[in-house]
Design a protein around this ligand. Structure first.
Ligand SMILES: Cc1cc2nc3c(=O)[nH]c(=O)nc-3n(C[C@H](O)[C@H](O)[C@H](O)COP(=O)(O)O)c2cc1C
Length: 339
């Protein structure tokens, strides 16, 4: 019934279990979150972007970002940069010294700081640069290389097909594309028509991205664009079970129910445990503040709880708020209602 039953989704020699992919998200997609999303069924997970220069000077925080739990594989590490030398050096390091399956190059980041370094979405204005930069990376490493790009720079510069073809000619093993321009940032709607057009022109696996908020959206994207896989970003925040819901929906058309509040909070705390193992209690509690509010999203009364979470400084305080939420609502005989 859906593309999921067609040929397997494969990048280089890496065969994925399904066509549902976690998007790279800076500040979010560390090993703790990726593993949690993976356990909830994602076929492939992307790591947050890593600066080539920071990696090349062995900046400790950046080196820590290379940590991969073996249960995450297959997984993709993403690097960004603006000059050939640094990009190639970083790619070689990832190739030789990490257990990532795939090396991805970021060509979509829209923020000024990155654009000023000639990195991220800046490349979208010049297919020749894409070819030049990507081909040297592909030649320098053994792992498969992929790129993640936006459809264009702005409405006047949508070189989606040319850019994808340049990456393909340069030897990438897959392309992911977010259906927005750089100028759009995260505003407006992702243009899936452009994704459909690109798909007609390339033969490497093509991953569609942008505005997949529900399992039904994933099916609509696959049907509308013919992409080989769907990449989910914001909808997975505080919502890792979205992955198995989507996989199941694509396979059978069945919409699985939302987990109970207790189940959600158990996942939230498991995510916290992993973050703590990765970054220590203090940082983990702080980073969990935004995750916890995502886990509570859509639940009535979450403002009050969010405030309590935002002032938590220790594990004991965080756990006490989260356990308190479950106890309070279970005692009332009902879960928090949808707003
Ligand atoms: C908080 C956040 C961080 C992001 N960081 C990255 C990144 O590091 N690399 C990247 O290629 N895209 C990044 N993106 C873009 C996402 O991968 C994705 O393309 C975008 O969110 C659209 O997909 P969605 O509609 O499913 O969220 C980020 C997006 C968000 C919301």
């Amino acid at each position: 019934m859906s593309n999921i039953e067609q040929k397997p989704f494969q990048i280089g020699d890496i065969v994925m279990d399904n066509r549902v992919v976690l998007a790279p998200m800076a500040g979010v997609c560390n090993s703790a979150f990726r593993l949690t999303v993976k356990e909830f069924g994602a076929g492939l997970v992307y790591a947050e972007m890593i600066s080539d220069k920071a990696l090349n000077i062995r900046n400790q925080k950046t080196m820590d970002m290379l940590y991969i739990d073996e249960r995450e594989n297959p997984m993709t590490l993403q690097i960004f940069g603006g000059d050939k030398e640094n990009l190639v050096e970083a790619a070689k390091f990832v190739d030789k010294h990490t257990t990532a399956d795939i090396i991805d190059i970021n060509m979509g980041c829209p923020v000024n700081k990155i654009i000023k370094c000639e990195a991220g979405a800046k490349w979208l204005l010049d297919p020749n640069k894409i070819y030049e930069m990507v081909s040297v990376v592909v030649d320098a490493v053994d792992k498969p290389v992929s790129v993640k790009m936006r459809i264009g720079w702005d409405d006047e510069h949508v070189f989606a097909v040319e850019n994808a073809l340049a990456a393909e000619r340069a030897g990438v093993s897959a392309i992911a594309m977010h259906g927005r321009t750089r100028a759009q940032m995260y505003e407006g709607k992702a243009n899936w028509d452009v994704l459909a057009e690109v798909k007609k022109h390339i033969s490497v696996p093509f991953i569609g991205n942008g505005d997949v908020e529900t399992p039904q959206d994933a099916k609509r994207m696959l049907d509308h664009t013919g992409v080989d896989a769907v990449m989910i970003g914001r909808a997975a925040l505080g919502n890792p079970w979205m992955m198995y819901q989507t996989v199941r929906y694509l396979e059978t058309g069945e919409l699985l129910p939302e987990p109970s509040l207790r189940e959600k909070m158990d996942v939230c705390l498991l995510h916290f445990e992993r973050l703590k193992a990765l970054k220590g209690e203090k940082v983990a509690v702080r980073e969990m503040r935004s995750h916890a509010s995502w886990y509570l999203k859509g639940l009535r009364g979450n403002g009050k709880i969010r405030n309590a979470i935002n002032t938590a400084e220790t594990e004991v305080e965080l756990r006490s708020v989260i356990n308190g939420v479950v106890v309070e609502y279970e005692a009332n005989g009902k879960l928090l209602e949808e707003v």
